[in-house]
Write a protein that binds this ligand. Structure first.
Ligand code: NAP
Length: 365
């Protein structure tokens, strides 16, 4: 323990160029072989975006740490739809974030920014990031790391943070989904959708989803959805009304927007809540405002990445205390569609853009 602390401090000094190398070759050799960061080079491999918007493996500096942060040697990194938008230049990272792609990882702590984190070098964990996960090393806020659930591989753990933070903070905090209520999830077979189906069911809700093929619908029902609507062949408003005996649903998690907005208003029950988390069908919609008043609806939404650390840290605590046991006991599990080596990140994005996947796509490092 003492040795790892010393190595961590020396490592930090090297990264911040405060350490003058002199004399003791044994110590330096030890540091070199024990630090997985191979600190002598101070660089790492990471995915870069070319001018043409293509992903390729490159060499860049290992990120340096600040107080309250940890350096993670990445074992696996989740691919998320916002990464595609960032690659296309449509979703720039917040000012203080890494410009590298990657919103979630699982890996091993190789350095700590200071003693305040209570985290130890060598600990394995998963973490929510504001960027930087498509790399051999990344910096995470200590407050946003979560334990690897019992029996989980690094690949499975890397699939958790982005969707669990997003679904929990929207469906359960903003949307206040209650046991016995009905939740409608658009994009049921997505990374977000597969998490929302499982959490909705685990907390006692009735779950309806939309998806773009009969195969995807069957998959969502196997995962626990009570009704899956193929939106290409059925009108989801009619299907929701039939299934709920005209009552409508209490909460909608919507990643589509555009023309779905007025149709969502038709689907909501009295006191219904609409959570808008993306706008794949566009930012504009023409609606009749009257149902908002008559049914006393709540229209809200959010984006996770830009939120302040304290907000995300509070979500991390809630996930630890209210959700992680569901993972530890195997009651819920992320759906992994496929994995790609880090160098093949471009192919991983192509698969996600094809929408042929069910659940999560993961990069292995
Ligand atoms: N606000 C936030 O904080 C936040 C955080 C994370 C992600 N997100 C958003 O959440 C969405 C899902 O992210 P992800 O990483 O899980 O991506 P993903 O797995 O690629 O999911 C996108 C899904 O959208 C579905 N879809 C497209 N058009 C549809 C339509 N008209 N009706 C129903 N489903 C439709 C696709 O399914 P089909 O093939 O069946 O059409 C696909 O399953 C993305 O839009 C992302 O930007 C928001």
């Amino acid at each position: 323990m003492a040795l790892t602390m010393i190595l961590s401090r020396v490592y930090q000094s090297v990264l911040s160029k405060k350490l003058i190398f002199s004399g003791n070759c044994c110590v330096l050799g030890l540091i070199y072989f024990l630090s997985p960061a191979k600190i002598m080079s101070n660089t790492m491999q990471a995915i870069e975006i070319t001018k043409e918007g293509v992903l390729q493996l490159g060499q860049t500096a290992i990120p340096s740490l600040k107080k309250g942060q940890v350096l993670i040697q990445v074992a696996a990194a989740g691919v998320n739809r916002p990464d595609i938008m960032q690659r296309k230049g449509l979703y720039p990272p917040p000012a203080s974030a890494s410009t590298l792609l990657g919103l979630e990882v699982a890996g091993t702590i190789v350095a700590v920014g200071d003693d305040s984190t209570n985290l130890q070098i060598g600990e394995k964990l998963c973490a929510l990031l504001t960027g930087g996960g498509y790399a051999h090393y990344c910096v995470a806020e200590a407050a946003l790391v979560l334990p690897i659930p019992a029996g989980f591989s690094m690949i499975e753990a890397a699939a958790l943070p982005e969707t669990f933070f997003t679904v929990w903070s929207n469906v359960f905090n903003r949307g206040q989904l209650q046991s016995g209520e009905t939740l409608l999830i658009h994009g049921g077979s997505s990374g977000i959708g597969t998490t929302a189906i499982q959490l909705g069911k685990a907390f006692g809700a009735r779950v309806i989803v939309t998806a773009g093929s009969d195969e995807k619908c069957a998959f969502c029902e196997q995962l626990g959805a009570d009704l899956a609507i193929n939106y290409r062949t059925s009108d989801f408003v009619t299907a929701v009304k039939n299934f709920t005996s005209d009552k409508g649903v209490d909460v909608i998690l919507d990643m589509i927007g555009g023309d779905y907005f007025p149709r969502n208003l038709h689907c909501l029950a009295f006191e219904g809540r609409l959570l808008q988390i993306a706008l794949q069908n566009g930012v504009k919609a023409e609606i009749n405002l009257l149902p908002i008043m008559l049914k006393r609806l709540t229209i809200t939404g959010s984006t996770l990445r830009a939120r302040e650390l304290a907000f995300k840290a509070a979500i991390a605590q809630q996930l630890k205390t209210q959700v992680w046991d569901l993972l530890n006991t195997g009651k819920i599990k992320p759906v992994i569609h496929s994995t790609f080596p880090l160098a093949k990140a471009q192919q991983a994005h192509q698969l996600m853009e094809s929408s042929l996947h069910l659940g999560k796509i993961i990069l292995t490092v």
